[in-house]
Design a protein around this ligand. Structure first.
Ligand code: PSU
Ligand code: MN
Length: 301
């Protein structure tokens, strides 16, 4: 594992660092929006006082803190493997390029000593999971890896209530950032309550400290709603998602292809509106994640 110099130094000095994933770059958004977004997210983290560390695998080497040119390559390159826990040993031993999901990224970030992670939306229990058993490996990892994960809620393509049940069973607190209803990725709100509402970065930092000081390993999930301006109508997006799932099933798309297929289907059918929403929500998460990383590092000092 290679930690870039700036990130390594910051970690040694107890400065705030925010980890980021690369699946969203290689498999979550089309080029060049993916690269523009990744760069904007990094810039946003810096503006808010923390150091970004985008994680990816290049020729089998795990990198914590990709350079701009490496991010560009992740955005363009064909055949980059989507890497979850299951894929890690293969991509490393076969010396491949790998874009890390939330699951793989938080494993790596945590090994590097990073306590804050930012993404768009986490994976979760898929609709129809009682038949397909499609439950994102993200959930397992949230249960076991001690890191704060800032997202805009579970992706709307999922079965939200089952995802919440799973997180409860696994002991992962689901916090709403300045909201008491769970945001659902493309839209600010849903009918589901979060476990607790938190209102400031300091408050979140205190939860992190309390959880891990108690020896309770595992993550904390912070759901930060998409900015009002980009929030999409729940009912409309739901129609598109249902049609997307039908098409996905008829094409027999499943496993790791399911999420990328649905995200790109929704993008097509909303004429790119969902992509703009996706970008806005990740950037918004970067602001909050950086502020929390700053608050947590102050608390630790
Ligand atoms: N958030 C986004 N876009 C994405 C993802 C998250 O805004 O593409 C990715 C993350 O890497 C997450 C993955 O871990 O989707 C979940 O995939 P699956 O459902 O196959 O576990
Ligand atoms: Mn899956």
């Amino acid at each position: 594992m290679k930690i870039n110099q700036e990130v390594a130094k910051a970690l040694m000095e107890g400065k705030p660092v925010v980890a980021l994933e690369s699946t969203i770059i290689s498999h979550g958004m089309p080029y060049p929006k993916n690269v523009e977004t990744a760069n904007l997210v990094e810039e946003t983290i810096r503006k808010n006082g923390a150091i970004p560390a985008t994680i990816g695998i290049i020729d089998g080497e795990i990198i914590v803190g990709l350079s701009h040119s490496e991010i560009e390559e992740f955005g363009k390159r064909k055949g980059v493997v989507k890497v979850s826990r299951r894929d890690l040993p293969l991509v490393v031993s076969k010396k491949l390029w790998g874009a890390t999901t939330v699951a793989a990224s938080i494993i790596i970030a945590s090994k590097a000593g990073i306590k804050t992670f930012v993404t768009g939306g986490i994976g979760g229990v898929h609709r129809g999971a009682t038949e397909t058993m499609d439950i994102s490996a993200d959930l397992q990892e949230l249960a076991h890896t001690s890191i704060l994960v800032v997202c805009a809620g579970p992706k709307a393509i999922l079965d939200i209530p089952l995802t919440l049940e799973y997180l409860e069973t696994m002991g992962v607190p689901v916090l709403g950032y300045q909201v008491n209803k769970l945001p659902c990725f493309y839209s600010r709100s849903s009918k589901y309550a979060v476990d607790y509402e938190v209102d400031t970065p300091k408050e979140v930092a205190a939860v992190m400290q309390a959880k891990w000081d108690l020896g309770l390993t595992g993550s904390i999930l912070l759901a930060n709603p998409i900015p009002e301006k980009y929030s999409m109508d729940n009912a409309e997006i739901e129609k598109v998602i249902q049609a997307g799932i039908l098409e996905m099933n008829s094409k027999k798309i499943k496993g790791k292809e399911a999420t990328p297929f649905l995200l790109s289907y929704v993008k097509e059918k909303t004429h790119g509106e969902s992509l703009e929403a996706n970008i806005a929500l990740v950037v918004n998460n970067a602001i909050v994640g950086a502020k929390i990383a700053v608050a947590y590092s102050q608390l630790k000092k």
